[in-house]
Design a protein around this ligand. Structure first.
Ligand code: IPM
Ligand code: MG
Length: 370
């Protein structure tokens, strides 16, 4: 792959501010490292609704499908709280995930040494933490049909969401988890609620069978998802890779984020299946944090999750492992230097805004390249 087509979808709230810091890194990489990123840009979420009356336009959807990778900021905000459900900002993100078939969502929760004091948990519980949540992203209760509010005609309504998983969906997501575990501490914990949900019974069966058939060298453990949430805050270092469905993964990854000190620290990668011929896969990279409308426009947002999402893009979409390692080391180095945005600020450290944090990471990234 010579030129690398990147579509930037900054979105709403702090999304554009965080994305601006990634742009600086890309500009440097193109100018100094001949990285050949070709950038295009589109609208998603509330900003797309304001411009097109849709959470993402067909033209931008087509660009996303044609790109080598998509970088996504954040969507939503109080301004769009009352727009129709089908075109609410989140619908843009869900459509991207569904139409690009991004079934595997990787959410690493790494506690940087410098931030072990920032977590609401005790330092010894989170210090050195390195876990990876693999969340199924295109199935389950977020997409299952029927999905509606039904009028029962007796003054009552019924809200319906459908949790549904087929064998192949569980097979492919657990395969991703087992493969990734092999590159790490070689352990997978699968979480479901087989004690009350049929989809949980099937989940457990299929993960067990996939393990037996292809990955018996990896240590596999099963946990009920509620107990898993408890264990995540009790002793998170017991985990290596956690594989779970769309809904539980959404919740458990927010819990895991706080172990690292702030939601502003967590990147994610959403991947499709590798193409049988080329091996390349559709991919979208986004910070786990939302649009944070309360601080949008104040220059206070933490751009680290967005920059770390770009590092994941270098790693998973472009196989630029050295550059990804270096960008992650730059983030760790800046934190070691005591530089902090407000969300991770602690006594005696240097408080900076979004732009200064981005500049500091870029300077460190350059220094590490020299
Ligand atoms: C996430 C978010 C999304 C989700 C929303 C914005 C649709 O919470 O990526 O975790 O529910 O998946
Ligand atoms: Mg979420």
């Amino acid at each position: 792959m010579a030129s690398k087509k990147l579509l930037l979808l900054p979105g709403d709230g702090i999304g554009p501010e965080a994305m601006a810091e990634v742009r600086k890194i890309i500009a440097y990489m193109n100018a100094e490292l001949d990285s050949e990123f070709v950038l295009d840009e589109g609208l998603v979420g509330g900003s797309a609704y304001d411009a097109h009356g849709a959470a993402i336009s067909e033209a931008d959807m087509a660009k996303a499908l044609a790109a080598d990778a998509v970088l996504f900021g954040a969507v939503g905000g109080p301004k769009w709280d009352r727009v129709p459900y089908d075109v609410r900002p989140e619908a843009g993100l869900l459509r991207l995930r569904k139409d690009m078939e991004l079934f595997a969502n990787l959410r690493p929760a790494i506690c940087y040494p410098a931030l072990a004091d920032s977590s609401s948990l005790k330092k010894d519980v989170v210090e050195g933490l390195d876990i990876l949540i693999v969340r199924e992203l295109t199935g389950g209760v977020y997409f299952g049909e029927p999905k509606e509010i039904r009028d029962l005609g007796n003054g009552q309504k019924r809200g319906i969401d459908t949790q549904v998983y087929d064998t192949y969906e569980i097979e492919r997501i657990s395969g991703v988890a087992f493969e990734l575990a092999r590159t790490r501490a070689n352990k997978v914990t699968s979480m479901e609620k087989r004690n009350v949900m049929k989809s949980g019974v099937l989940w457990n069966e299929v993960v067990t069978a996939t393990h037996k058939a292809k990955y018996s060298d990896v240590k596999l453990e099963h946990m009920l998802a509620d107990a898993g949430g408890m264990q995540l805050v009790r002793w998170p270092k017991q985990f290596d890779v956690i594989v779970t469905d769309n809904l539980f993964g959404d919740m458990l990854s927010d819990i895991a984020a706080m172990l690292t000190g702030s939601l502003g620290m967590l990147p994610s990668a959403s991947l499709g299946a590798p193409d049988a011929k080329t091996g390349s896969r559709k991919a979208l990279y986004e910070p786990v944090h939302g649009s944070a409308p309360d601080i949008a426009g104040t220059g206070a947002a933490n751009p680290i999750a967005m920059i770390a999402s770009f590092a994941m893009c270098l790693r998973y979409s472009f196989n630029m492992i050295a550059e990804a390692d270096r960008l992650e080391a730059a983030i760790a180095g800046v934190l070691d230097d005591g530089i902090r945005t407000g969300d991770i600020m602690s006594e005696g450290k240097i408080k900076v805004g979004t732009v200064e944090m981005g500049d500091a990471i870029l300077a460190k990234f350059k220094a590490l390249a020299a």
